[in-house]
Ligand binder design. Structure first.
Ligand code: IPM
Ligand code: MG
Length: 352
């Protein structure tokens, strides 16, 4: 079993280091970790945010543990050389089309939410976001109109097979999370009152729902979903949506939870391979200071063990160790605490 470790920029290396310590502590037989460069760090060394050597490592490994990319030094580079291209390029090249972003409030941390504690406490949802299509990957450009004005344009589109495969991921996730004896709950978010792309999205969701009689499908317009997420987030279980809407709603959901340093994510392909990363960014302002909370990356490593390597018990052990660490009052600066990156790593390891 090979895991690629792409630490990236900013706080990426320090948070990834703690997750690697946790993986190593499990002493899984035959586990090999292979490091590669991504993002601004890769650009500075190799002239590209996603060098060929890194892609080769990604292809050779069973899964990728990813830190963060983003570097203010690279802000003025042309788009194709910016650090973000590493993550967009890996998603496309590796066929990581399904992004799972669970959001729930850890017991005792309700006060950190931007929402009232009793509203926040009810959050336990999963956003399933499509990652390979939509306006992100359509043709785009800035062109001159006949009258000389410049016009920026980005083409939004979804083919039905792209919608169908993410629909199946959403329905299966809803099935898996259903309480015994109850139906699963899947809410598909679109903008079908305005966009043709969304109309097709909705039609395909309805078609696919025929295969999942044990899941209740609902639909919501994205503007309403944004409102409902802050009004009554407890109503959601699984949300399935496109690339752009999912990008926005998942950041919003993370603030409803309150602690961006605790949320993990998985980006999955049709096989078992996947990329696992904290949802926070590279936080250049605190990079290298040992202040970042590594829990989101540690929890991402747990998702990696579960989804790509089939180590459910070990994943659950890591999650329990993180929950216990938090319950024992060990908190990073993101949660008003004073524990640094390595100290939090130590605390999780002790409990593990
Ligand atoms: C995310 C990020 C990326 C995205 C950026 C870094 C390209 O915001 O993973 O949500 O927009 O998908
Ligand atoms: Mg985002």
């Amino acid at each position: 079993m090979k895991i690629a470790v792409f630490a990236g920029d900013g706080i990426g290396p320090e948070v990834t280091r703690e997750a690697v310590r946790v993986l190593e502590a499990l002493a899984l037989p035959g586990l090999e970790l292979i490091e590669g460069d991504v993002g601004g760090a890769a650009y500075k060394r190799h002239g590209h945010p996603l060098p060929q050597a890194t892609l080769d490592i990604a292809r050779e490994c069973d899964a990728i543990l990813f830190g963060a990319v983003g570097d203010p030094d690279c802000d003025n580079l042309e788009r194709s050389l910016r650090p973000e291209q590493a993550i967009l390029g890996l998603r496309k090249a590796m066929g990581f089309f399904a992004n799972l972003r669970p959001a729930r409030v850890f017991a005792g941390l309700e006060d950190f939410s931007a929402l009232r504690p009793e509203v926040a406490g009810a959050i336990d949802l999963l956003i399933v976001r499509e990652l390979n299509g939509d306006v992100y990957f359509g043709e785009k450009g800035i062109r001159k109109l006949e009258d000389g004005r410049r016009q920026g344009w980005d083409m939004m589109s979804y083919a039905e097979d792209e919608v169908r495969r993410i629909a199946h991921v959403g329905f299966k996730a809803a099935q898996g999370r259903a309480k015994p004896g109850e139906k699963g709950k899947l809410c598909s978010v679109d903008k079908a009152n305005v966009l043709e792309t969304s109309q097709l999205w909705r039609d395909v969701m309805i078609e696919v729902s025929a295969d999942y009689p044990d899941v209740e499908l609902s639909h919501m317009y994205v503007d309403n979903a944004a409102m409902q997420l802050v009004r009554n987030p407890g109503q959601f279980d699984v949300i399935v949506t496109g690339n752009l809407f999912g990008d926005i709603l998942s950041d919003q959901a993370s603030m409803c939870v309150g602690s961006i340093g605790l949320l993990a994510s998985a980006s999955l392909s049709e096989g078992t391979s996947g990329l696992y990363e904290p949802i926070h960014g590279s936080a250049p302002d605190i990079a290298g200071k040992g202040l970042a909370n590594p829990m989101a990356t540690i929890l991402s490593a747990a998702m990696l063990l579960r989804h790509s390597l089939g180590f459910e018990a070990q994943a659950a052990r890591i999650e329990a160790a993180v929950a216990k660490t938090l319950a024992d009052g060990i908190r990073g600066g993101d949660l008003g605490g004073s524990f640094g990156t390595a100290a939090i790593g130590d605390a999780v390891l002790e409990r593990l």
